[in-house]
Design a protein around this ligand. Sequence first.
Ligand SMILES: NC(=O)c1ccc[n+]([C@@H]2O[C@H](COP(=O)([O-])OP(=O)(O)OC[C@H]3O[C@@H](n4cnc5c(N)ncnc54)[C@H](OP(=O)(O)O)[C@@H]3O)[C@@H](O)[C@H]2O)c1
Length: 229
Amino acid sequence: MRSFSIVVAADLANGIGFEGKLPWRLKKDMAFFARITSKIVHSTTCSTRVNACIMGRVTWESIPARFRPLSSRFNVIVTRNPHYLDNKPEKNNPLVALASSFEDALDLVESLQGQSPVEPGSSPSSSVADIQVERIFLIGGAQLYNQGILSKDCSNIFMTRIQAIVKCDTFFPNIDPSQYRLLPRYESHTFLENYLQEPVEAGIITEGEYSYEYTVYHRDSAENSCKDE
Ligand SMILES: NC(=O)c1ccc[n+]([C@@H]2O[C@H](COP(=O)([O-])OP(=O)(O)OC[C@H]3O[C@@H](n4cnc5c(N)ncnc54)[C@H](OP(=O)(O)O)[C@@H]3O)[C@@H](O)[C@H]2O)c1
């Protein structure tokens, strides 16, 4: 149940960030990020069933204020500061929670995976306890990716691979080929369409000055073959 997937956009040198922000602006890829992290695949009448996005505090702050919390997703901010949300507008938002470590974040969202959905017609969600989590995503940044990629619970790395080397100061860790297998182009595409249960653009996508491709690294293990489907 605790299985999670990493979502990242990286250049050919694994660059992911510059000066606390994304080094590129790719509207289509942002839309893909929103789709993959928001999509609920198991039909439900429960309006509080959402996916969880775990992120480091720096990544949270890199999201423009008007886009946070990420809508229709359970946002978990990893920080060592337990008072981080004090005096912030998100303090009482049931879709925002703090975790004191990556493991605590996983424990929290796992605890919200099994619980019964709120009955239709009942009062709107007013607390974290009412949230039901479907899929779990780790969405950055480098500090969190460094921890997540080592976890046996990480089943997939959904990487938008930008076909360029861009000026970056933050990098995705090296992916150990003994742990994760880069799926060939056709297989990545099929995997993504099955995962999302909807069409996904195949091959190289060009947007402005950049070309990129949606790729999948999968951890092949007996445990993962029936997890996170
Ligand atoms: N290209 C992409 O797909 C992508 C995705 C996400 C982010 N990014 C980029 O990555 C950069 C940010 O990455 P980053 O590595 O600097 O920061 P980050 O991983 O987003 O956040 C780091 C913060 O997380 C908290 N943290 C990390 N490990 C922790 C632990 N074990 N226990 C408790 N708290 C912990 C700390 O917060 P406190 O200091 O509050 O304690 C730490 O300062 C930005 O440039 C962003 O745009 C790129």
